[in-house]
Design a protein around this ligand. Structure first.
Ligand code: FES
Ligand code: FES
Length: 148
């Protein structure tokens, strides 16, 4: 077992993990942050996307020990108190979800994308969504939400 210290949603945590533990396993099983979903475990679907030092990463593709000393934000930490993040609001207002399974990952990916590029073109939005798979919506309302 290895000790890992990390800051998640503004709170410091220290846990003993096996060296092979994935970051998503630590977040879900170790810290109870089950808003980060696992859709594939092979780095394809994007459901497990979180922010690592402000950048969107797939947490099934990173070992927990690689997050040592890093700052992580999950979907649970995106809102400011009761005030939803603008991307959360846009997904809700544009009805950019059906089952919602992909939604936390979509929102984490798109919030990091829009922070870096506040006025993207349609093409840039399509490119940015490439790593996040939705099986329900057909993407029309997701793109609408990202534009909003
Ligand atoms: Fe991480 Fe699918 S669970 S990309
Ligand atoms: Fe169901 Fe995206 S809303 S997978």
């Amino acid at each position: 077992m290895t000790k890992v210290k990390l800051r998640v949603n503004g709170q410091d945590h220290e846990r003993e993990v096996e060296p092979r533990t994935l970051l998503v396993e630590l977040l879900r099983d170790g810290l109870g942050l089950t808003g980060t979903h696992v859709g594939c475990d092979t780095s394809q679907c994007g459901c497990c996307t979180v922010h690592l030092d402000g950048k969107a990463v797939k947490s099934c593709n990173i070992l927990a020990v690689q997050a040592e000393g890093r700052e992580i934000t999950t979907i649970e930490g995106l809102a400011q108190g009761h005030e939803l993040h603008p991307v959360q609001k846009a997904f809700s207002e544009c009805h950019a979800l059906q089952c919602g399974f992909c939604t936390p990952g979509m929102i984490m990916a798109m919030s990091a994308f829009l922070a870096a590029k506040p006025k993207p073109s349609d093409e840039e939005i399509y490119d940015a969504l490439e790593g996040n798979i939705c099986r329900c919506t057909g993407y029309v309302n997701i793109v609408k939400a990202v534009k909003q």
